[in-house]
Design a protein around this ligand. Sequence first.
Ligand code: DC
Length: 232
Amino acid sequence: MTNKKITIAIDGYSSTGKSTVAKQLAKHLSYTYVDSGAMYRAITLYAMQQGFISDSFLDKDGLVSKLNDVSISFIYNEGLGFSEVYLNGINVEKEIRTLKVSQLVSKIAAIPEVRMKLVEQQHAMGINKGVVMDGRDIGTVVFPDAELKIFMVASAETRAQRRFKELIEKGEVVSFDDVLKNVQERDYLDTTRKDSPLVKAEDAIEIDNSELSLEEQFHKIVKLAEKIISKA
Ligand code: DC
């Protein structure tokens, strides 16, 4: 048994619990966890702050012309046990999780220049393996050679319930209907965009967690990972 480090790609629809299981897995394996969605969210926040995007407006060229000024980094927070995202040196971990950012992020994530910048950075983060990255195109575009690819699905209602609960617990004033609408809209935009749409990689293992507890889901995925690692 050589136990070489592998690359684990976890893709799927929004609010399927990708980041929860990816964090658990990274901790269990002592791997690095990278939340690629947080990077798209951070660029969306930048675009909002600079007035490049609002509900009814998108200045794509303006944003693209400023992309070189945008620096996104992750800094490990020992207390939390995971890395937080920084936009130009400022911790934006909380700000990027609001419903407003969720409502605009798919438009930003559809811009090819944005994807090119972030995919390059994501690729560099996983160059030494030992990484668990979650997102939409990790198994198809960022790490097509990942040894383990998981594709997570769950019904839109189940996902909206989970996201609604999270937002309410954080103190956001939102309605369930708006959250469900956002989940459905993002599914549509993420799967129909021209550049790197959300699709299941041919060699990905699909996991429907609508009826799985967090523990059951974690054990299922850990078993898959350990089997591959033991043969690596
Ligand atoms: O995983 P998340 O919900 O935080 O991701 C936010 C958005 O970013 C999602 O709606 C689509 C986009 N995204 C993407 O296009 N590619 C990725 N690898 C990760 C996220």
